[in-house]
Design a protein around this ligand. Sequence first.
Ligand SMILES: [Zn+2]
Length: 315
Amino acid sequence: MPGITDDLVQYVPGVDHARSNHLQSCSTPFRYRQILHLALDSSPGTWPDLCQSGKRQSPIDILTDHTLKVDLGSLKFIRYDYAYSGIVTNTGHNVQITLSGIPVYVTGGGLASMFILEQLHFHWDAEHTIDGVRDALELHFVHYDKKYGNLSNASHYQNGICVVAVLFKFADDDNSDLYNILNATESVSQWVGKSSVEMQRKVVPMLLLPKDRTTYYRYDGSLTTPGCQEAVTWFILTEKLPISESQVNILRNVKTNNGTLKHNFRPTQNQHNRIIYHHLLGYTSTAVMQKEILPFFNFIYVFIIIVYPHLFITS
Ligand SMILES: [Zn+2]
């Protein structure tokens, strides 16, 4: 996630933008953009700067037994249920969907602000793994904090970007909600280099989210492409959507300047003692006490009644 290197005209090598409170100027932005594009074409292990030295990099393997269960509040998807026209782009590094029309937002989930949807894109195979299991596909809904004005600017702030990730698992049948996007993808998949096509039908973003949005994992991380800015609040929805192998193969056949893009996921990164929250609606420590401790006290109570019945007999 996400393909914003085209816009990183103000990125300064060596500066920790995630902790910078204001924009920096850059004397050689175009040259650095070229470096980032070259980096994307190379192995992720050779990506420069924060990609190597960062301490809150993404993606990660989510170990479910080591998450902190908590109620962070529901994510609110605003105008996700409207229908939007849009274009599908073969960026040479992923397939990106850009919608047109009135802004689409996400808020809630402990976010301090409103985050505007900038674009959606796919990773095949999935980038985040759950207990070591890698799924077929991961869809990223990339948002930026409204107060920063655009995605490039927001990428310079510690939590300027919010990405909602949806995992897809293999299924026997096609996912019909992906037909529109994948048909457009086939139109641009053989074009070498950056190319776009308008989708034939409108897209309803809500249909690309699972029905159950009441549980998710949340953690602080980074972009998963160079320069790996540590600016992202990640939400990985727990429920997965289905996709058929033939549908994933449409993405695996996307052509680039360097041949076929068989996959485009970054390997998982070190967690570095970050807390991974597991949001469960209505979850409280009191509920845990009642669930785990009350049965013990019930047992003791019954035991005393059986062994010392006279204590409960009154004349
Ligand atoms: Zn992504």
